[in-house]
Design a protein around this ligand. Sequence first.
Ligand code: CP
Ligand code: NVA
Length: 308
Amino acid sequence: MTHFIDINKTDPADLRAMLDQASAMKTARAGLPKGTPDADRPLENHMVALIFEKPSTRTRVSFDVGVRQMGGETMVLSGSDMQLGHGETIADTARVLSRYVDMIMIRTFEEDTLLEMAEHATVPVINGLTNRTHPCQIMADILTFEEHRGPITGKKVTWCGDGNNVFASFAHAAGQFGFDLTFSGPATLDPEAVFLNEARAKGSNIEIERDPFRAVANADLVVTDTWVSMHDSQTARERRHNQLRPYQVNAELMRHAKPDSLFMHCLPAHRDEEATSEVMDGPNSVIFDEAENRLHAQKAIMRWCLGR
Ligand code: CP
Ligand code: NVA
């Protein structure tokens, strides 16, 4: 069974093949109406369950459209509407869904929920975000970077802000694709050391730099994300804002990166908090390309899971 759980758990050659396929599929559809099926319809007669225990716009719509473009069908399930949200075990849910559908994408809270689903499902399971990681996003981000700037290997990426789930998948990608990654944020919101150490062990130069201006020096890509994630307690909101304000990505900070440094944000954004609208809508921003590339990257991930 081929699950897509995390970037660090997937062979680098497979990751590269997925990006190549995503790029080829994107090119092949250029200019077509969004609902036009792909010529080869690789998911014909396939049913995909999309489970959401948290809100979503991009993940929900891009998976749904992607499956349909590949000739398959989806059902979007809200965790709270399922028996899963009312006491049925994850293992039983996985076994039951595997009798009806050909693949499961799940967005959930605890990583253990995803892992248990994968352990007991007899169909591929895809990580659509957990409290700990967001691998589909970073596959789209690598695709986006390379479309604009060529191979990411050897480049420098600087993350400003919270050491969260999206950062963690960037750290996984740094190890697998061989780029350097600098984290800049308050020590209280540092990423888990395991993410940094694993990328270092694979040869990436991974740094923590508390001064955001020094952190972005020479960066080919500056990335940020919301200061309060879906799993964070709202009571921590004010404290987080106070701690993260010095790490806002604004025009002055971007002037300290390479002149052609790209800016990314996985969205949804709180404009003029973690990044200013001037940067988000500026010439170096590729935030909407990232959003579009969720579609293309995930189509390749789904094909890989199904061996197509
Ligand atoms: N970036 C991302 O995963 O967005 P959604 O929460 O809208 O799915
Ligand atoms: N870090 C954010 C990402 C949203 C796509 C969250 O988990 O809420």
